[in-house]
Design a protein around this ligand. Structure first.
Ligand code: SF4
Length: 402
């Protein structure tokens, strides 16, 4: 049996490399054309080529979203783009529009074609349909429940991909026109303005029925499926997908390495222990900035997995530095500052091969060997003696007081 794939999002080259180094088996990215998430800093063809080469060296795959719903005028240049992706050697494209799916097959492109979740595939008949059309994988709708996913997997029609982490739509995924209606920004052409999360006055005729000082908004809690991973592996799901091409490198490193650890523990021991699950949830919480829930996996979502009031994302300041280099002889580490932190304190390090470990940091110096009282300039290069596990690309964060 093939090991389940851990599939991570990446908004740029740096994030994609971090996701692979921290344990993703595959990353999905958007190109400059035909992709949703128009605000993500999408990849040029040259950047995609660099990423495919990097992924091949790390036995990882690159999937490219070609998932917009093109109108007639959007189709220009499609053939050239699909063929260019094939020449680059991407491993799969993720597609919603039948026009793009069929064209990729007609052109004889070698990559797999995966049916996007935007297609709302919720049953085995839908998978049979896509198999008949020559598709290679289906990303199920996020609105599927566990028993439904199991029933689909049992029929072994096509490899199945499911979401395990990240943002959810308050509406049925791929069917929402709220943003189109409110802003003329087309959610299915990469322009969603997240109108669901705006603040609204609730009116009954002319009478306001919400508290004007605490206005109404609609949003789902983010998905977090740590408790379901063992079941997905048992069912024979092919791929576990993390959402969030707009998320930071730190968020990706934290979430990817946490699920990597959990998947490996399950394959190693045959199951996840309570301690494994608690540990993974604790790790993930260090990068989360929105409340999480189990989406549709435990049944139809109730009030407890929705957010009806203001819960905007806040930027976490806990990630303070990344390791650029270290000298095992002198034990001097070279760090790049990300957020404000002070010397002479305990910090936590985690990395591609390092589980979270607390390390006491002494004096910190700038590049001219001047001792710093504070590290507060993002991107500044600093040096410090590091007595503990360390590796290139490891991340350093403040210790969260629970
Ligand atoms: S407006 Fe909200 S529910 Fe609709 S597509 Fe955008 S994020 Fe999803």
């Amino acid at each position: 049996m093939n090991k389940i794939e851990l599939l991570a999002p990446a908004g740029n080259l740096e994030k994609a490399k971090i996701a692979i180094l921290y344990g993703a088996d595959a990353v999905y990215i958007g190109g400059k054309q035909f992709s949703l998430r128009s605000r993500a800093s999408n990849f040029s063809l040259e950047e995609m080529k660099e990423l495919v080469d990097f992924a091949n060296r790390h036995q990882a795959h690159v999937h490219v979203t070609v998932n917009m719903l093109p109108h007639e005028e959007d189709l220009e240049g499609l053939d050239d783009y699909l063929c260019a992706l094939d020449r680059i050697g991407v491993h799969a494209i993720i597609v919603c529009s039948p026009s793009i799916m069929m064209r990729a097959k007609e052109l004889g492109c070698q990559y797999e074609v995966h049916v996007s979740t935007q297609h709302s595939s919720t049953n085995s008949k839908a998978l049979s349909f896509w198999k008949e059309k020559g598709m290679d994988r289906v990303v199920l709708a996020r609105e599927c429940q566990m028993a439904q996913i199991e029933a689909i997997c049992q029929q072994n029609i096509l490899p199945v991909e499911v979401f395990i982490h990240g943002g959810m739509c308050i509406s049925f995924s791929g069917r929402c026109v709220l943003s189109n209606h409110m802003t003329l920004r087309d959610a299915n052409r990469g322009g969603c303005a997240q109108s669901c999360r705006w603040k609204y006055h609730l009116m009954d005729q002319d009478k306001e029925c919400s508290d004007p000082s605490n206005l109404f908004s609609m949003s789902s809690k983010d998905l977090q499926a740590v408790d379901q991973i063992e079941d997905f592996i048992r069912m024979g799901v092919a791929s576990l997908k993390i959402e969030g091409r707009m998320k930071s490198a730190y968020y990706l490193a934290t979430v990817v390495s946490s699920y990597r650890y959990l998947i490996d523990q399950i394959y190693k021991n045959g199951k996840a222990t309570t301690e494994d699950l608690q540990r993974v949830k604790m790790e993930i919480s260090k990068a989360e900035n929105r409340p999480t829930g189990s989406g549709f996996y435990k049944g139809l979502p109730g009030y407890d997995v929705q957010l009806y009031q203001d819960h905007d994302e806040t930027v976490t300041q806990e990630y303070v530095a990344i390791v650029l280099d270290h000298d095992p002889q002198t034990k001097m580490a070279t760090l790049q500052v990300k957020n404000h932190f002070l010397p002479y304190q305990d910090l936590e390090i985690f990395g591609p091969h390092i589980q979270s470990t607390t390390v006491h940091v002494d004096a910190i110096y700038d590049e001219n060997d001047l001792e710093l009282k504070v590290c507060n300039q993002p991107m500044q290069i600093v040096k410090t003696k590091w007595e503990g596990p360390i590796e290139k690309n490891a991340m350093i964060r403040k210790i969260r007081v629970v």
